[in-house]
Design a protein around this ligand. Structure first.
Ligand code: PAF
Length: 290
């Protein structure tokens, strides 16, 4: 049975009872779905003990964002984690950000300025600040993150290198039958928007299928998919270098990360995929028999 703790002190006490166990940590904001469960299952596979945090972090929500309406489903989350996690840490805001000793604010810097960072100013500073603080409290050997939030993963990897740990383990995106990435925000889609949202994974598949025609041609093919869906508003679609998260162009070859964000009504959906850009194929355009 999972142990629920609500303070850093309780968590540290629990940790002292397991000194030699390899500890995996899954930070979440709750509203758990199949995608989170996959992260926790992965944590179980690679460690002796598993801590999951459930904390809707106010500092990573901007003005007018959905902090208030972010789903809070603690009872259901605990039931889902019962056989999977050893401890759930579900703290108050004051436990994470003690008013008398607030944790240092992390800066995401240039790698956090584009894409999600541009759409949500301050988001990544808040995300890194809470992740750094949670790493301090939980003190895990390894932390598990979902691939879907590719820019977050990039920044968290950098944070972990700067801090000297933990290891970061990344789990591939869990998808619905039509390919839509699982997300706590999918529940905000109307049924029409939900049907239209399959254009996001279709865009990802289209870019991957056209990558032999070069980076810009493949991205243009992907943009056309979303442009054809009246309920979708594309925010960005780019291939970025995994090294620094900046967009690549037709001179690039190797492993790139496709990132896409599109809005359906008031809900923003993200997706990502790792795509290999082949050598000597850049900018050649569609071939006569294609
Ligand atoms: O990905 C999330 O759910 C959040 O950004 C995280 C990592 C739990 C930090 O609040």
């Amino acid at each position: 049975m999972v142990l629920l703790v609500t303070t850093a002190a309780e968590l540290r006490n629990w940790r002292t009872t397991k000194p030699s166990q390899r500890l995996a940590f899954v930070p979440t904001m709750g509203a758990l779905h199949e995608g989170h469960i996959r992260l926790v299952e992965r944590a179980r596979e690679i460690a002796d003990a598993v801590v999951v945090s459930i904390f809707v972090n106010p500092t990573q929500f901007g003005q007018g964002e959905d902090f208030e309406r972010y789903p809070r489903t603690l009872e259901n989350d605990l039931a889902l984690l019962d056989d999977l996690a050893d401890v759930v840490y579900a703290p108050s805001v004051d436990d994470v950000y003690p008013p008398d000793a607030p944790p240092p604010v992390e800066s995401a810097g240039p790698a956090g300025a584009g894409f999600e960072g541009a759409a949500r100013p301050g988001h990544f500073d808040g995300m890194l600040t809470v992740v750094n603080r949670l790493f301090d409290i939980v003190n895990p050997d390894v932390a598990v993150f979902g691939q879907k939030d590719a820019q977050q993963v990039h920044l968290v990897r950098r944070l972990a290198i700067e801090r000297g740990g933990p290891e970061i383990d990344v789990v591939t995106t869990v998808r619905e039958d039509d390919g839509l990435a699982r997300s706590s925000r999918n529940r905000f889609l109307s049924s029409q928007e939900r049907a239209a949202a399959s254009a996001v994974p279709e865009t990802v598949r289209t870019v991957a299928a056209h990558i032999n025609t070069g980076v810009s041609a493949a991205l243009a093919a992907g943009r056309a998919v979303l442009a054809a869906e009246p309920l979708a508003r594309l925010e960005y679609l780019e291939l970025v270098s995994p090294a620094d998260f900046t967009p690549v162009d037709d001179t690039f070859h190797g492993e790139a990360t496709l990132v896409v964000a599109a809005r359906f009504g008031t809900t923003r959906l993200l997706d990502t995929e790792s795509i290999t850009v082949p050598e000597n194929q850049q900018a050649k355009g569609p071939q006569p028999d294609e």
